[in-house]
Design a protein around this ligand. Structure first.
Ligand SMILES: [Fe+2]
Length: 310
């Protein structure tokens, strides 16, 4: 399967001067954006390395205040470090999608974020008891077209539902650089394999992909990966469009043949949990995405899924 874009490590982390990679540990990326007048932290990574993230941010700020924290969506590997950042920078203003604000208000959602943060801490050899979720919130509820002006660089919010209902991407001008959300999928950092990440809605994802492509960004920063450079953008869009459609067609064609849930999950696992992805993703993390994806595809095509639906 042609599902890779080869981008070497140096190129994918070759950020312009105003973007500092402050990622503090495996599992989530964070960037500090240094505008002429304002600063912003873009995503917060995992809880287990939240204190280290705050240290990295402080070092790169060089005495400047942290003005904003920008959240792409409410998943634990993007918001986990937020409480630690708020302890270190209590005056920072948190900006995220309006629906993300709702989610971070829900005790049930915070419990899931905490549980997943604790498992990640164990996985990465940190102390799960240091995981906290206090202070999770959104202060500025962003809608499509809202602009965060950092001075010299302005980030325009793009609503990108599909991966979740709360996903936001951002277009930075005048750079014409897109900070993608996971609705455009992910590139696995070691194998460079592309993986769709449709959890909430296939039809929304297809619309989001078309909307983002029409904006024609010069280059993109992809979640968990880094830069997709200008000379790889044609290949990138071809891959994103083809792989997302291919995954949906694969599942829905099996539904049309009458497959039950277990048959779908087995077939999906045989097809997609291979090679690069198998080397870079834990089995339970694969199933945590595969199960809701399969159920959602069946639901969206109006197929009554039988069998062991967990
Ligand atoms: Fe996510």
């Amino acid at each position: 399967m042609d599902n890779r874009i080869i981008i070497d490590e140096k190129t994918r982390h070759d950020y312009p001067d105003w973007i500092k990679r402050v990622t503090a540990g495996d599992g989530g990326e964070s960037y500090l954006l240094l505008g002429d007048t304002k600063t912003a932290l873009y995503d917060c990574g995992m809880a287990y390395c939240g204190d280290k993230l705050a240290e990295n941010v402080r070092e790169e700020l060089g005495g400047r205040p942290l003005d904003y924290i920008i959240l792409t969506h409410s998943h634990y590997d993007h918001v986990g470090g937020l409480p630690y950042i708020m302890k270190a920078f209590p005056d920072a203003v948190i900006a995220g999608g309006a629906y993300c604000a709702d989610i971070l208000h829900r005790p049930g959602a915070l419990k899931v974020i905490e549980e997943l943060g604790r498992s990640a801490a164990e996985l990465y050899g940190a102390d799960p008891d240091t995981v906290i979720t206090e202070g999770m919130r959104v202060d500025i509820k962003l809608e499509e077209g809202d602009v965060i002006n950092l001075g010299g660089h302005a980030l325009e919010a793009i609503y990108t539902p599909g991966h979740t209902k709360c996903s936001m991407a951002f277009m930075s001008e005048p750079d014409h650089l897109m900070f993608a959300s996971e609705t455009l999928g992910v590139l696995l950092p070691r194998s460079n394999e592309y993986q769709p990440l449709i959890l909430k809605s296939y039809s929304d994802t297809i619309k989001t992909i078309a909307k983002c492509r029409a904006l024609d960004p010069k280059y993109i920063i992809m979640p968990h990966f880094g830069i997709v450079p200008a000379d790889k953008m044609d290949k990138f869009w071809e891959l994103v469009e083809r792989m997302n459609r291919e995954e949906y067609d694969f599942v829905t064609n099996l539904c049309r043949k009458g497959a039950d849930f277990n048959e779908l999950l087995d077939a999906y696992t045989d097809r997609y949990f291979v090679a690069g992805r198998k080397a870079e993703q834990a089995e339970d993390a694969f199933y945590a995405n595969a199960i809701p994806t399969i159920k959602m595809y069946a639901r969206e095509m109006g197929y009554e899924l039988k069998g062991e639906v967990v």
